[in-house]
Design a protein around this ligand. Structure first.
Ligand SMILES: Cc1cc2nc3c(=O)[nH]c(=O)nc-3n(C[C@H](O)[C@H](O)[C@H](O)COP(=O)(O)O)c2cc1C
Length: 361
C-alpha cells in the first residue's frame, strides 16, 4: 500500500489517509455575520466524497476582528457553531473528517473578498470593515493601518482562541488548526520584521513566540488530551531579516511542548515585495527541516498536483501528510484520482459512483 493511503492516527483520531485538503478562504458568508451556509455545505461535501483524509476548513475568526474579510466565517458565537455543525455532520455522513483553522488576521483583516471583480485592499467601516489590530501601527502595503494591541488585550485573545476551540469540539470538528502562518496576527508577533514591541511579547524569540505558545497551551487545555491540535506556520519570511527555518523549528519545539501534535508547513505572506521561488514542491524542504528537527508528523503543502508527486514527497522527505489546495478546487475528487494513479482501490469511493472509477493509465 502507498504511504499516501496509509491511515494516520493523531491522539484518538484516525485519518483514513494522508491526502488532506488545505484550508482555503471562500468568502461566502454573504450576510457578513460569519455564519456558514449552502456553499460551505456543498464545498466540503465534495471533498468528503472525493476521498480526502482530512478537510481543513478555511481561516475562521476567533473574534469578529479576527476574520480576514467581512465575508469570512467565524466561530465566536452559538449561531456560527450550530451552522458549522451542519457542515461537520454532512462530512461525517459522507465518511470524511473535517478540521477547522482558528485564525486572527490582525493587520491583514478587514480586506475585500478575494474574488474576481473585488479590488484588493481594506473594506471601510461603512461596508462592514473594522479597525484592525497588530503588534504596532505599521500597515501591510495597500491596507489601512492597524492599532497596536495593549499587552492586556493579548490575554483576551488567547482566551478567544480557547473558547473557539471549545466551540470547534461542540461543532463536531475532528481537529483544530491554529493559524500562525501567512502574515496573520500570530505570525506578525513571531517575526522580527513586524514585531518591535518592548513588552513581554516583543524582542527575543522567546518573547515573540509567547503569544503563539499561550494560544497552543490554552487550546490544548480547552480540547482535552485526546484531540488533535495542528499548527500552521510560515517557516520562512523569504526575507534576510525575517523568520528563518531555524527560528521556526525552535518555536515549534516549544509549541510541541505546549501541546501541538502536527505542524503544517507553509511559507511567506508576512511582507510584500519579496521574491518567492514558486515551483512544484517549493515549500517541502522547509517541512522536511522541521520534521528532521522536531520529528514526524509534519505536513507539506504547495503546488502538489499528482498522486505520484505526493507519494514521493511523503517517502523521500519524511513527511506525515500532504495538503492540496488549488488542485482540489478544480478537482474535488483529487484524493481518489491520486489513489487510482498509485494503483490503489479506495474502499470509501461512493458505491453510487462505482461505475465512474478512474480508468487504468
Ligand atoms: C483560494 C485560496 C484560499 C486560501 N485560504 C487559506 C486559508 O484560509 N488559510 C491558509 O492557511 N491558507 C490558505 N490558502 C493557502 C492554501 O492553504 C495552500 O497553502 C496554498 O494554496 C498552496 O497549496 P496549493 O499549491 O496546493 O494550492 C489559500 C489558498 C487559496 C488558493
Amino acid at each position: 500500500m502507498s504511504k499516501l493511503f496509509t491511515p494516520i492516527k493523531i491522539r484518538s483520531v484516525e485519518f483514513r489517509n494522508r491526502a488532506w485538503i488545505a484550508p482555503m478562504c471562500i468568502y461566502s458568508c454573504d450576510n457578513q455575520d460569519g455564519v456558514v451556509g449552502a456553499f460551505h455545505l456543498a464545498h466540503h461535501s465534495k471533498f468528503a466524497m472525493g476521498g480526502a483524509g482530512l478537510i481543513m476548513a478555511e481561516a475562521t475568526g476567533v473574534t469578529p476582528e479576527g476574520r480576514i474579510s467581512p465575508w469570512c466565517p467565524g466561530i465566536w458565537n452559538d449561531e456560527q457553531t450550530v451552522a458549522w455543525r451542519k457542515v461537520t455532520d454532512l462530512v461525517h455522513t459522507l465518511g470524511g473528517k473535517i478540521g477547522i483553522q482558528l485564525a486572527h488576521a490582525g493587520r491583514k483583516g478587514s480586506t475585500n473578498r478575494g474574488w474576481p471583480g473585488y479590488a484588493p485592499g481594506s473594506v471601510s467601516l461603512a461596508d462592514g470593515g473594522w479597525q484592525t489590530v497588530s503588534t504596532g501601527t505599521d500597515a501591510f502595503p495597500g491596507y489601512d493601518a492597524p492599532r497596536a494591541l495593549e499587552t492586556s488585550e493579548i490575554d483576551k485573545l488567547v482566551h478567544a482562541w480557547a473558547q473557539a476551540a471549545k466551540r470547534a469540539v461542540a461543532a463536531g470538528f475532528d481537529c483544530v488548526e491554529v493559524h500562525a502562518a501567512h502574515g496573520y496576527l500570530l505570525h506578525q508577533f513571531m517575526s522580527p520584521l513586524t514585531n518591535q514591541r518592548s513588552d513581554i511579547y516583543g524582542g527575543s524569540i522567546e518573547n515573540r513566540a509567547r503569544f503563539l505558545l499561550e494560544v497552543v497551551a490554552e487550546v490544548r487545555k480547552a480540547v482535552g488530551p485526546d484531540y488533535p491540535v495542528i499548527v500552521r506556520v510560515s517557516a520562512t519570511d523569504w526575507h534576510p531579516d525575517g523568520l528563518h527555518r531555524e527560528d521556526t523549528a525552535q518555536i515549534l519545539k516549544w509549541a510541541k511542548e505546549a501541546g501541538a501534535d502536527l505542524f503544517d508547513i507553509s511559507t511567506g505572506g508576512l511582507v510584500a515585495g519579496v521574491h518567492i521561488p514558486v515551483a512544484p514542491g517549493y515549500q517541502i524542504p522547509y517541512a522536511e527541516y522541521v520534521a528532521e528537527n522536531n520529528g514526524d508528523p509534519v505536513g507539506g503543502v504547495g503546488l502538489i498536483t499528482t498522486g505520484r508527486q505526493a507519494e514521493d514527497i511523503l517517502l523521500t522527505h519524511q513527511l506525515g501528510v500532504v495538503s492540496v489546495g488549488r488542485a482540489a478546487l478544480r478537482d474535488p475528487f483529487w484524493p481518489a484520482r491520486a489513489a487510482a494513479e498509485l494503483g490503489e482501490e479506495l474502499s470509501y469511493w461512493p458505491p453510487q459512483y462505482a461505475r465512474g472509477w478512474f480508468p487504468a493509465e
